[in-house]
Structures are given as structure tokens and as C-alpha cells.
Design a protein around this ligand. Structure first.
Ligand SMILES: NC(=O)c1ccc[n+]([C@@H]2O[C@H](COP(=O)([O-])OP(=O)(O)OC[C@H]3O[C@@H](n4cnc5c(N)ncnc54)[C@H](OP(=O)(O)O)[C@@H]3O)[C@@H](O)[C@H]2O)c1
Length: 323
């Protein structure tokens, strides 16, 4: 029989360790954001530290809306020149104007559709004409129109999701990483998703592509971090953007669903400081809690949530049609 006092002590230590792990990520990202908010007054050199650390140009894919646009603005605020990459030239020009009017940095816009073919990456490279990219943010991502069973998703949409979420991230990393290696510095941020944590019914392919992003990013870091390159795996939970238009529940700002601007403020603050992050403090708590139960339970809950979102979408589209 073990000594009850020793047993109590062991259990107390285990409990303390669990609480420590639970609070570590959200606490660190909160700390990072406080630091960066106070930096202009107390650490003026911090404001320019991203260009100094990684190089002065950042390229963000999918940067005319949502997280990508907010991330681009946040990097511009910290003195980075910005290359915007998306499909729509008018939205690109608008984003360029907004960034240049708010911050005195240079911008460049490249119109490309990553779902079309693998040459999209080469088009980007050609347009840049040897402009050295210090920070590459692989943000572009595609999701189903609404939670669907596999057989309901149009074939073309499935192929686009794989090309954008897997193909573009892979080839963009390949296109820029060797230049970064030669310069001995640079950062790559690969935007995954909380849906990577477990297989996700009704978003089967989307979640599977994000598991790819996670594994690819972690292995890539192991290959290139020794050459001075920061490779961050960023896995947000829900952020209120047009991607979640199918349900008001996840498209409305709340404590657990930040808007893109609040999300990007936190996420950029973790760059260069945390290799793996959810990018937002309440997302850190959510991820921790999600990872506790067994996988079968998470698959069940994820599928159940997606059925609720699917019903929200079908009800609202029915309302619109019957008007
Ligand atoms: N929102 C969330 O809750 C959430 C949660 C976890 C992870 N994420 C991930 O975060 C990233 C950004 O998501 P978001 O919610 O900000 O998305 P979003 O609001 O839908 O914005 C997507 C951006 O990508 C561009 N884009 C879309 N398809 C493209 C293509 N084929 N080629 C080039 N550009 C394209 C869009 O601009 P154009 O239409 O003008 O091309 C837009 O600028 C994605 O990787 C997503 O998976 C989002």
C-alpha cells in the first residue's frame, strides 16, 4: 500500500502540472501581446524589430479579406513592406490603398488564383523579380460552402480545397525557403486550423488538409530552423470572417470568436516568439480543452457541432429562397 501522504503529494504535483500546461499557451500569447502593445513606449526598437530580424518585405497570401488582410495591416504597422496576393484585382488595390494610407510602407499586389494550377507560385515569383521576402504568410485557405457530406461537395470544390490548402502552402514554401536559407534569416507562418486536432465529419476534406499543414510545417521546421529560419505553425479556432458565413454562431464576435483584427494583433505578437500557437489567448484555452477527451469523443462532438451549423445554413438559405 503506498503511503497516503506520498500519494497526495504525487497527485498534487500532477494536478499542478496539468494546470500549468493548461495556462501556459494562453498566458504566453497574452504576455506577448501586452509586450507588443507597450513596446512603442518602453521598447521603441521593438517596433522595427520584425524588418530587422527577418527582412523588410512580407508576403501574405489571401490578403484581401479576413485574417490575411488583418495580418498584413498588423505587419505594416510594425514597419514591414507588404506584398498582397489574392484573386481579385479591385480588392487588392483597395487593400493596398488602405495599408499605404495608414502606414508609410511600400506595397505590391499580385493577382493569382491558387486553385487553378501549380504555376500560380511561379507567377508570384516572377512578379516579385528577386524582391527578397523576409516573412512569408501562407494564409490562403478554402473551406466548404457550408458543412456537407462528402458526396454533396462538388468535385471541383474538393479539388480546389486540396490545391489551395495543401498545394499552395507546399509550393510557396518551396519557392521562398532556399532564398531565406541563403540569407540565413526569414520567417514562414503556415496558417492551419483547430480542425487539425481530430478528423472532422461534414468538413472531412478541409480538416484533413489542415492536418497536412500541421505535419508539413513541423517537419519543415526541423529541416530549416538550423539555417536561421523561423517556421511557425498557427492554428486558430473560429475567427469571425466570411469563411464562417454559414452560421451566425461562429460569424459573430465574442470572447471565443475574435474578429480578424483582434486575432491578427495577438497572432503577429507571437511571431518569432512561439513556434506553435493558436494565435489567440482564448483559442489556446479551447485547444487545450479539446485535446483532453479521447479522439472518438472529439470526432462525435465536432460532427455534432457541424450538424448544428449545417442546419443554421439550410434554415437561413430556405428563408431567403421563400422570401
Ligand atoms: N475564419 C476562421 O474561423 C478560421 C479558423 C481556422 C483557420 N482559418 C484559416 O485561416 C485562413 C484565412 O481564413 P479567413 O477566414 O480569413 O478566410 P476568408 O475571410 O475567406 O479570406 C480568404 C482570402 O483568401 C483569398 N482567396 C480565396 N481563394 C483564393 C485563391 N484560390 N487564390 C488566391 N486567393 C484566394 C480571398 O480573396 P479573393 O476572394 O479576393 O481571392 C481572401 O482574401 C485560412 O487558411 C483558413 O483555413 C480560418
Amino acid at each position: 500500500m503506498p503511503d497516503p501522504q506520498v500519494l497526495t503529494l504525487v497527485l498534487a504535483w500532477i494536478g499542478a502540472l496539468v494546470v500549468f500546461c493548461f495556462l501556459l499557451e494562453p498566458f504566453l500569447s497574452l504576455l506577448q501581446v501586452c509586450r507588443s502593445l507597450l513596446a512603442p513606449w518602453f521598447l521603441p526598437h521593438e517596433e522595427t524589430s520584425l524588418p530587422k530580424k527577418f527582412g523588410s518585405w512580407a508576403l501574405i497570401t489571401g490578403s484581401t479579406d479576413g485574417i490575411g488582410k488583418a495580418y498584413a495591416l498588423e505587419l505594416a504597422k510594425r514597419g514591414m513592406n507588404i506584398v498582397l496576393v489574392s484573386r481579385n484585382i479591385n480588392k487588392l488595390r483597395d487593400a493596398q490603398r488602405e495599408i499605404e494610407s495608414k502606414y508609410s510602407v511600400k506595397t505590391k499586389a499580385i493577382q493569382v488564383d491558387f486553385s487553378v494550377d501549380k504555376d500560380a507560385t511561379q507567377i508570384v515569383k516572377k512578379e516579385l523579380q528577386d524582391l527578397p521576402i523576409g516573412i512569408l504568410v501562407n494564409n490562403v485557405g478554402k473551406q466548404y460552402e457550408y458543412p456537407m457530406y462528402l458526396g454533396e461537395v462538388p468535385e471541383k470544390e474538393l479539388w480546389d480545397i486540396i490545391n489551395v490548402n495543401v498545394g499552395a502552402v507546399t509550393l510557396m514554401c518551396r519557392a521562398f525557403i532556399e532564398d531565406m536559407k541563403q540569407r540565413g534569416r526569414g520567417a514562414i507562418v503556415n496558417v492551419s486550423s483547430g480542425s487539425e486536432i481530430q478528423p472532422l465529419p461534414l468538413m472531412t476534406v478541409y480538416a484533413a488538409t489542415k492536418t497536412y499543414v500541421r505535419n508539413f510545417t513541423l517537419a519543415l521546421r526541423s529541416e530549416y530552423a538550423p539555417h536561421g529560419i523561423t517556421i511557425q505553425h498557427l492554428a486558430p479556432m473560429f475567427v469571425a470572417t466570411k469563411m464562417n458565413h454559414f452560421s451566425e454562431k461562429i460569424n459573430r464576435k465574442s470572447l471565443f470568436v475574435p474578429d480578424a483584427e483582434s486575432y491578427a494583433r495577438y497572432a503577429v505578437a507571437t511571431l518569432g516568439k512561439m513556434d506553435n500557437s493558436t494565435g489567440y489567448w482564448t483559442h489556446g484555452l479551447q485547444t487545450f480543452l479539446c485535446e483532453i477527451p479521447p479522439e472518438w469523443f472529439r470526432i462525435y462532438v465536432g460532427g455534432h457541432m457541424n450538424k448544428i451549423f449545417r442546419n443554421d445554413y439550410l434554415k437561413s438559405s430556405h428563408r431567403i429562397k421563400s422570401r
